[in-house]
Design a protein around this ligand. Sequence first.
Ligand code: UDP
Length: 329
Amino acid sequence: MERKRVLITGAAGFLGSHLCDRFIKEDFHVIAMDNLITGDLQNIAHLFKLENFEFYNHDVSKFVYIPGKLDYILHFASPASPIDYLKIPIQTLKVGSLGTHNLLGLARNKNARMLIASTSEVYGDPSVNPQPEEYWGNVNPVGPRGVYDEAKRFQEAITMAYHTFHGLETRIVRIFNTYGPRMRLNDGRVLPAFIGQALRGEDLTVFGDGSQTRSFCYVDDLVEGIYRLLFSDYAQPVNIGNPDEITIKQFGEEIIKLTGTNQKLVLKDLPVDDPKQRRPDITKARALLNWEPKINRAEGLKITYDYFRSLPKEALINTEHKDFKTYNK
Ligand code: UDP
C-alpha cells in the first residue's frame, strides 16, 4: 500500500523533529521543512538516509510548493521562546500568520488535513487556573510576548475560518510547556537554562521570586496527544500538556538535586508579562482522545539531563543564534 504523505514544518526544531520520528515510525512518507533559523539539522540528521524522508530548506512565510499528493500538514514552524520573540519578532509574526495562510492554501489545494501548533500563550497571563479551552485569555498585544501570542491567536482564527468557510479538515492543539531531548541549550527556556547553568557550574537564575507556576510535559507524551488529535474528528482547540503544576523555585530545586550541582538559586528580574500561573485543564483530551500524560517529571527530567550531559562540551557554551543578524526581515 502506498504510504500516506505528511508535511511537517519546523521539522528541525525540538517538537518538529520528534514528530518526524513518530511519523517515520508509523511508516509515513515524511516531508520535512525548516528554514533553520532556530532549528538544527542535527535533530533530524539520522533520518536523511531513509527513502521515506525528504527535507526542504524553506521559509513557510513565503509561497510553499510541494510536488505530489499530501495527506496531512503539521505546522510546527515558529520561534517558541521569549528570547527568540525578542530577537526575531517580525519572523515570529510572519510564520504564524503568513506561513499559516500559505499552508492552509496548500492544504486546500492538496485536500490535506492540517494540524496547527497553537499554545498555552493564547491564554496570556491567565486569571483562571487551570485553563480550559473555553477561557479566552488575557493577552497584552503590544508586550514582548505579543508577537507570538497574537500570531498564534490569529493562526487559530484563520485555521477555524478555513474550516468553517472552506470545509477544510483542521485540528488545533494548544501546547503547554514541554521538555525533553533536543531542546536548544541557549533558547532561554527555563529547563535548558537551568540544566546548562548546572553543567557549566553557574548559579541557576530564577526570574522574579520564583512563585510563578508552570506544568511541564515530557515530549513523548505530547507527541502521542498530537498524534491522537490528528486522527480524531475534533476541529476545536484541544489542550495537550501535563497538569502537574510546580513553582519555578521548586523546579530549580529539583534541577539542583538531579544534577548534584553545588550551585544555588539566584533571583533575577521577572520578565515583562511573564504569566504567574499555567496549568492545562485536560478534561477534553482525556474524554476525546483517551489521552493523558504517562511520564512523570522525575523520569522525564532524568532522560533530558542524560541527553544534555551527552552533548559535546562546546554545546554548553551559550552561543548566539547562527544567523539572526543576517536573516532577511
Ligand atoms: N525562568 C527562570 N529562569 C530562567 C528562564 C526562565 O526563572 O533562566 C522562568 C520564566 O520567567 C518563566 C518560567 O521560568 O516564569 C518558564 O519560562 P520559559 O521561558 O521556559 O517558558 P514560558 O512558559 O514563560 O513561555
